[in-house]
Design a protein around this ligand. Structure first.
Ligand SMILES: [Zn+2]
Ligand SMILES: [Zn+2]
Length: 242
């Protein structure tokens, strides 16, 4: 049985007992909705122009394709990383509650943001052979009880009818990344991931999933491992980006 079956069933029963309410302000909402119209209007949607590689928005008028300063300076191994929302305010709050607050039901809302990211001209028409998620170290996964990226990847696999293949493994329990600058983050991640034994990703066109893109270093390192093992292309999608 999937780890998700219980909360779903329980959520179904709970919704009969309690009228649905906004996850942020508790205002009444329609069944199946997580945010009221007011809170929904406050989420920060990413609109063009943005970096062709990492989707970093640019304040200003650019009509040509461009790479942001961060991408121009370094080698990112994914083809492009798409996000439709900024990980700020309500979006950040919901993702943190989903990830650390054990509010697993919020994956439905986070997954919607992820689906919105896929409606992007860089990947809309693409075919993928596999969906892969950024793995958590097994010790951290035990501690948290689940890997949020894996829940999203599994959900998306059903939604897109593309197989979910958890071929990556995190072998180093890296210290928190926030204290590092970009170059140090990249260095800190070297050797953090590997391909699972017997995984064969040759010629795969991969859709790589994580909840949030912060600097792109983690997604890039995962893409590097996949491509080194023969993957043809790696596009990354996250529910939100910093
Ligand atoms: Zn609300
Ligand atoms: Zn960029």
């Amino acid at each position: 049985m999937s780890a998700l079956a219980k909360p779903d069933l329980f959520g179904g029963i709970a919704s009969l007992l309690y009228p649905p309410s906004c996850t942020i302000c508790a205002a009444a909402v329609d069944l199946g909705e997580y945010l009221c119209g007011d809170c929904e209007s406050k989420v920060s949607r990413i609109v063009p122009p943005f970096c062709a590689k990492c989707s970093e928005p640019f304040d200003g008028a650019i009509t040509t394709t461009f790479a942001c300063a961060n991408c121009a300076q370094r080698n990112l191994y994914f083809e492009a990383a798409v996000s439709a929302y900024r990980a700020r305010g309500i979006v950040r709050h919901v993702i943190l509650n989903f990830k650390y607050g054990r509010q697993i039901h919020l994956r439905h809302l986070v997954a919607r943001w992820l689906v919105a990211a896929l409606d992007d001209e860089r990947i809309r028409e693409r075919r993928f052979d596999a969906i892969v998620c950024v793995p958590l170290h097994s010790a951290r996964q035990r501690e948290r009880g689940f890997n949020q990226a894996e829940l999203l990847a599994e959900w998306l696999s059903g939604h897109l009818s593309v197989p979910f293949r958890p071929v990556l493994q995190r072998i180093h329990y890296t210290t928190t990344q926030t204290a590092f600058d970009r170059a140090e983050r990249m260095q800190n991640l070297r050797g953090a991931f590997r391909l699972r034994k017997k995984a064969d990703v040759r010629k795969w066109r991969v859709l790589l999933i994580d909840d949030v893109l912060t600097t792109g270093s983690t997604l890039s390192e995962c893409a590097r491992i996949l491509k080194q093992a023969g993957a043809q292309s790696v596009y990354a999608a996250t529910a939100a980006r910093a």
